[in-house]
Structures are given as structure tokens and as C-alpha cells.
Design a protein around this ligand. Structure first.
Ligand code: SF4
Length: 109
């Protein structure tokens, strides 16, 4: 009797992409489940959150990864930064504005 293995290729590709993104972006994890949950809960109610792809449409990051980080690589800006919400919605507007100023973007009020 032979055994047939079936693969869910979409799921497998998605997991590979997520692991690759984690390797590329992670500098230091925060290891604070309460803060991670608070960040993720905020994203889930945010108009910039693309739930289907687990992505922020402002920064393009996977939120299940970004919400767990203390510091991350930002490939668009080629720098390591303190992980933050680009719109300051993680109660981190001051930090968001620090990077917005560096990037020549309008400051959040
Ligand atoms: S990181 Fe900020 S802007 Fe992006 S989805 Fe989360 S709360 Fe919204």
C-alpha cells in the first residue's frame, strides 16, 4: 500500500516568505507578550491594516513579525530603527515623528 502526500503549496510558500521576512527584518525581539498583543490589537482595528496579507499598507511590514520586535532593519531606508508604528498609533508618535523628520515627511500632530 502506498502513501500519498499532499502539500498545501500556498501555505508552504506563505510560511517561507514569513520566515524570510523575519530573518531579514529582525534585529532584536521585544519578548513582551502584553505589548505585542496591544500592538497587534491596534493594527487589527487600523484602516491601514491589510488583514488578508497581515501587512501594514504604510510601511509594508508583516505585522505578526513587526509587533514582536524591539529593533528592526528598514530596507527602504537602509537603516536599523527602533520598531514603531509609522503613524504613531502604538502610542509612539514621538518616535514616529523622529523618523518622519529624518525622511522629510510631514510630522504627525
Ligand atoms: S503599524 Fe500602525 S499604521 Fe500600520 S497597521 Fe499597525 S497601527 Fe496601522
Amino acid at each position: 500500500m502506498s502513501t500519498t502526500y499532499t502539500y498545501n503549496w500556498t501555505n508552504m510558500v506563505s510560511k517561507i516568505l514569513e520566515k524570510t521576512a523575519k530573518l531579514l527584518f529582525t534585529v532584536e525581539e521585544i519578548d513582551n507578550p502584553i505589548l505585542e498583543k496591544h500592538r497587534m490589537d491596534t493594527c487589527k482595528t487600523c484602516t491601514y491594516y491589510d488583514a488578508e496579507n497581515d501587512k501594514c499598507t504604510v510601511c509594508g511590514c508583516f505585522m505578526s513579525i513587526k509587533t514582536r520586535l524591539l529593533t528592526n532593519r528598514n530596507p527602504k531606508r537602509v537603516r536599523i530603527e527602533h520598531t514603531h508604528c509609522p503613524m504613531g498609533l502604538w502610542e509612539d508618535k514621538e518616535l514616529a515623528n523622529y523618523y518622519r523628520q529624518q525622511d522629510g515627511l510631514e510630522l504627525l500632530t
